[in-house]
Design a protein around this ligand. Structure first.
Ligand code: GLC
Length: 801
């Protein structure tokens, strides 16, 4: 394995001086006299692509990561030739490209301050072994600069002082610091002088990032092949960097069905059918809400994908329907390895049609996975994806399975040292044929894409649900994800918290961990603390290997069951809040979880915080990560916050102790927020929602909240049949005004809001709805500061006595 270290490499080559320059529409080309060309494309005023070749010409441009839906267009593009450099100006950025060495310096167009500068800049080393280059970039990093992102790395949020590798890897029972693991998302955000920028290095080869580890003032990234090809994304707000990166690599193509945001129960494995039913019945009996039940590999016949073990599941269609009648959506696992078996139709079809990956010299890529020796479809070939997507017809359309779980798609191979395909395996890569060195990091993504395509087609007119383990940048367009085979330890609870936040800041919000830990068995306390965090992750599923005992909410003691129920109920109550956050993510690329640094980058205290995060727009969550805790110290960001459990108001911008015995974890609500809540349901759609509660938290000042709604499934919302309510709150010493604005053609079945006021600093004396006085009794306003109001109100005005 070639591991570059910048200093040690003697074979580095560098661009020489610029001898020619040309402009074609939105793209500039700077050529040096040693055949290096920098291609600089202005995608938006704040998004610029930098691409280099060392041969004078570029290979065909192709990316699995960049979406065709990415926004493009800029307001300004000016190029000036100066004595020592070319100056490229957009409305947001000024770039200087040095004539004598091609180095790039990027400034904020408004205040002309330096944001990012090349240190050695682009350089490379020729790869004798494989041909092509090891491509490298180094940038100056500044004192006080922080770095965030990179997908699922299980280390502190701030990456400064560390080095990472991107190579999608099956990592059973990984731990803190294990690198690489399941995902390769070569995107980071840098933050210094209160300004954030992002760099997305769109190169699928094994790549590395060094954040001031090797040299204190240098950030570098390099890959073992392909092009130096990166996107520079300017904020200066970190949230905008993440949103713009997400726009570039794609927002989810549609909202998930609302049920997918409910609670999911999984285990390796629930079988036979009677066991599955026993589990689902227990949920209903104990009144613990649950929307999805998973079938792991044992539902199949000898682990052959797209088959059923008919002794354990004699009539899957009937079972799936019965589960659905009870509110349970069935999700089944599908792995990429296809058992070598001439009597198995999926194997035969793939063989006959030449869909399997081959080694360099012609034999099939053969490897062991659950079914024994397997071949593996080449998902980087469109016709293979089309075939694969069609295989879902029976499962989805006929049997009625509602979601598909793609696993082992790194691809994982058992009993081999590198845990995956050898480098020489060939891939189609959409006509750009290549070796596994280039295709490895996208293999799982393309499998998930093919699955998504099939589930989407056959679930229509309903929306698809897919989950994947492996991912490259952009996978969020197709599927949700989980963080792989974690362990039932307190350290892993810490890791789960980090990974969900990190994935969100890497464009992949729809993520969660195996709650309770996959390997080993948690104590009741750990399970409880994990649920208390997990219900605030966009994807919420208990999963375990089952080797060490059961992990259902009732597998511990009654106290655990009761607390777990209370928290799962809270997730169901907050569904409209979560759904609104999801809509913002799908519409605008806004991460659903915001680490404190994203929430308030101007406060340097947030730059090294990892535990606390903002869920949606207005809830601050901090998990309890230690046994026997009765509370913890945590950082409350600037502003006024209400303790969710006690309504006690605290002023942030500091660390403080917060009580949280086993019944609670620290949750705070931002003052001024309007939090929508549903009544508890055992599953989405169980009951007709007759009223929505709005929890209104007083603020002396202004705050705005939103509530998105639609039919909770299907595509009507894309045709305007959604409703988007904005609540503008203005609070003063002795009055409170809430203005409501609604857009969209959808009208939910419920007619009323139940408004609950929290922290009103006055006693309600008078109420006006749409400028008319209303008797307090008409809105059922009583001592507990709760009132009922028609959902169509435009303005609610509360006056103190
Ligand atoms: C892998 C998955 C795990 C699954 C198991 C059996 O370890 O990560 O979630 O249960 O395979 O399919």
């Amino acid at each position: 394995m070639i591991v570059n270290t910048e200093l040690e490499q003697k074979g580095n080559l560098f661009p020489s001086k610029i001898i020619a320059y040309k402009k074609e529409v939105d793209t500039l080309y700077f050529s040096t006299d040693n055949d290096v060309v920098l291609e600089m494309t202005i995608l938006r005023d704040s998004v610029i692509r930098f691409r280099y070749t060392t041969t004078g010409t570029f290979d065909k441009d192709f990316s699995y990561a960049i979406t065709k839906y990415a926004s493009t267009g800029y307001n300004l593009l000016e190029i000036e030739e100066e004595a020592e450099s070319y100056k490229v100006t957009t409305s947001k950025l000024i770039c200087h490209i040095k004539k004598d060495n091609l180095k790039v310096y990027i400034f904020d167009a408004k205040d002309h301050k330096l944001i990012n500068e090349d240190e050695l800049g682009f350089h490379w080393e020729e790869s004798y072994e494989y041909g092509g280059n090891i491509v490298k970039m180094s940038k100056t990093s500044h004192d006080g600069e922080s770095f965030f992102g990179l997908g699922d790395k299980p280390v502190e949020l701030n990456l400064k002082g560390k080095r990472f590798e991107n190579w999608v890897t099956d990592s059973y029972a990984y731990g803190k610091g294990t690198d690489p693991i399941y995902k390769a998302i070569p995107f980071f955000t840098g933050l210094h002088n209160k300004k954030a920028y992002g760099i997305f290095f769109d190169n699928t080869f094994r790549s590395y990032f060094d954040f001031s580890q090797e040299r204190r003032n240098v950030t570098s990234f390099w890959a073992q092949g392909g092009e130096m090809n990166y996107y520079f994304i300017y904020g200066p707000k970190m949230e905008d960097v993440v949103a713009n990166y997400t726009d570039l690599t794609g927002k989810p193509h549609q909202l998930p069905p609302l049920w997918a945001l409910g609670f999911h129960q999984c285990k390796w494995s629930y079988y036979p059918e009677s066991k599955v039913k026993e589990i689902t019945s227990k949920f209903r009996e104990l009144k613990i809400p649950c929307d999805a039940i998973y079938l792991d590999i044992d539902y199949m016949d000898g682990f052959r994908c797209f088959t059923w073990d008919k002794t354990h599941f004699p009539d899957p269609k009937r079972m799936v329907k019965e589960l659905l009648d009870d509110g349970f959506k069935t999700v089944v696992i599908i792995d990429p390895g296809i058992k070598i078996d001439k009597d198995y139709s999926v194997f035969r079809e793939a063989l006959e049609n030449d869909y399997f990956c081959k080694r360099a010299d012609g034999p099939y890529m053969k490897g062991k996975v659950w079914p024994g020796e397997c071949y593996f479809p080449d998902f980087t070939h469109k016709k293979v994806r089309d075939w694969w997507s069609d295989l879902y017809r029976e499962l989805i359309e006929d049997i009625g399975v509602k979601g598909v779980w793609n696993d082992m798609n790194e691809p994982a191979v058992m009993e081999v040292p590198n845990k995956t395909f050898p480098d020489d395996v060939r891939h189609e890569y959409e006509g750009n044929r290549c070796s596994h060195r280039k295709a490895h990091n996208v293999y799982g993504m393309q499998m998930a894409r093919a699955t998504y395509q099939g589930v989407k087609k056959y679930a229509y007119p309903k929306r698809p649900f897919v989950i994947t383990r492996a991912a490259y940048a952009g996978t969020q367009r197709y599927t949700s994800t989980w963080t792989g085979d974690n362990v039932a330890t307190w350290e892993h609870l810490w890791i789960a918290n980090i990974q969900a936040q990190r994935l969100a800041m890497s464009g992949f919000s729809f993520a969660g961990s195996d709650i309770g830990g996959f390997a080993e068995q948690p104590q009741g306390e750990l399970f409880t603390r994990w649920i208390q965090l997990g219900i605030f992750h966009p994807f919420c599923r208990v999963h375990s290997s089952g080797d060490h005992g059961n992990q259902e909410p009732w597998a511990f003691d009654e106290d655990v069951t009761n607390i777990v129920r209370k928290f799962i109920e809270l997730r169901y109550q907050l569904l409209p809040y979560l759904y609104t956050a999801f809509w913002k993510y799908v519409e605008e690329g806004i991460p659903m979880l915001k680490s404190l640094v994203i929430y308030d980058q101007e406060d340097v205290h947030t730059h090294y915080r990892s535990d606390e995060f903002i869920y949606g727009d207005h809830l601050l969550i901090c998990p309890i990560l230690e046994p026997n805790a009765r509370g913890r110290r945590m950082f409350i960001p600037r502003g006024q916050w209400f303790n969710f459990w006690t309504d006690q108001l605290v002023s942030g911008g500091k660390e403080m102790w917060v009580d949280a015995d086993i019944e609670t974890i620290p949750v705070f609500v931002k003052a001024g927020a309007v939090i929508p809540k549903y009544p508890v349901q055992q599953y989405v759609g169980e009951i007709e929602i007759k009223e929505v509660t709005l929890d209104v938290y007083f603020k002396d000042g202004k705050e705005s909240s939103t509530l998105f709604d639609d039919a909770h499934d299907g595509y009507d919302y894309t045709k305007g049949r959604y409703s988007l309510r904005t609540f503008k709150l203005t609070g003063k010493k002795d009055e409170l005004i809430i203005q409501q604005h609604k857009e969209g053609k959808y009208d939910a079945g419920y007619q009323i809001f139940k408004i609950k006021f929290h922290g009103l600093p006055f006693t309600v004396g008078r109420i006006q709805v749409d400028n008319e006085d209303i008797a307090l009794s008409d809105v059922k306003m009583n001592g507990d500061n709760t009132m009922i109001i028609d959902k169509g109100f435009s303005q609610l005005h509360i006056f103190g006595k």
